[in-house]
Design a protein around this ligand. Structure first.
Ligand SMILES: Nc1ncnc2c1ncn2[C@@H]1O[C@H](COP(=O)(O)OP(=O)(O)OP(=O)(O)O)[C@@H](O)[C@H]1O
Ligand SMILES: [Mg+2]
Length: 262
């Protein structure tokens, strides 16, 4: 379990709070979505969780172990992260070299490295491309290889920081299907950052952030039933919710009638 208590962070002493007294806990193996507008603090939160940023107040712990300067290195090894822009993430000449790269300084036997690389490429449906040059893949394929690279490290927690935001709708739904498979077949905790409420349906838990604060958290059912907070978040509502809202606001149906129909 990842536990965050009263976490507050500023990038500079005189800057406004990037995170303002955040307390959260994520269960091991859950798929957690973090949603919020630009600048709401999503990336800052995961960077702190991974031990990348220092100088915060509050406490971060994983499985009961509190993050301190002494265990920072071991702490970081539990996490792997995939970012938005796939082009900045490749170092290998071939897809399989790239996926194996992260394993090279772990001192693993060659067979184990090969096994892990294959299993990770298989998990993202990219094994057939193992000898291809990463530069010649499509955006969606590149992101899948980046995820394979992260998976091969067998992290306890895999973080995707807007990793689908540069993909077309098909690339995104492809990626969500792959994450669903990973979620079903591995015990990895998934943290999925997005500003699209339409992408959180499959997650076990979701957190909505605004101006460095958590404004809503809970199961997907809970998040979607709290329409006032959703509107306050100024996120674009999924199409079905926009229609329901318009019907309610126009007085065409009552809340109870709508719920009875769903
Ligand atoms: N390196 C930095 N130096 C100074 N301020 C920063 C830095 N990175 C982020 N901030 C500020 O911290 C706040 C939170 O930023 P953060 O990057 O965590 O938001 P985000 O929710 O990830 O946004 P986005 O959706 O744009 O990625 C913002 O006000 C931002 O301007
Ligand atoms: Mg961000």
């Amino acid at each position: 379990m990842i536990k965050i208590d009263n976490l507050t962070y500023r990038y500079q002493a005189d800057a406004p709070k990037a995170l303002d007294d955040i307390s959260l806990s994520f269960k091991t193996g859950d798929w957690v979505s973090i949603i919020g507008h630009n600048g709401s603090g999503k990336s800052t939160l995961v960077k702190l969780m991974m031990g990348i940023l220092e100088g915060y107040s509050g406490e971060i712990s994983v499985d009961g172990e509190v993050l301190t300067p002494d265990n920072l290195q071991r702490f970081r090894e539990r996490f792997a992260i995939v970012f938005q822009n796939p082009d900045n993430q490749f170092v290998g000449a071939t897809v399989e070299d790239d996926v194996a790269f992260g394993l090279e300084n772990q001192g693993l036997p060659r067979e184990v490295m090969l096994e892990r690389t294959e299993a990770a490429l298989e998990a993202v449906n990219m094994l057939a491309y193992r000898r291809h040059a990463p530069a010649r893949l499509s955006g969606g394929q590149k992101q899948r290889v980046a995820i394979a690279g992260a998976l091969a490290m067998e992290p306890a927690v895999l973080i995707l920081d807007e990793a689908t935001s540069m993909l077309d709708p098909e690339g995104r739904s492809d990626m969500l299907a792959i994450l669903n498979d990973i979620h079903k077949t591995r015990t990895t905790t998934l943290i999925y950052i997005t500003h699209d409420l339409g992408e959180i349906e499959d997650s076990d838990y979701a957190v909505i952030m605004k101006d460095g604060k958590v404004i809503s958290e809970g199961t997907i059912e809970h998040i979607f039933s709290d329409t006032d907070t959703l509107i306050e978040s100024r996120l674009v509502l999924p199409y079905q919710m926009q229609i329901s809202r318009a019907l309610l606001d126009g007085g065409y149906v009552t809340h109870d009638e709508l719920v009875a129909r769903l």
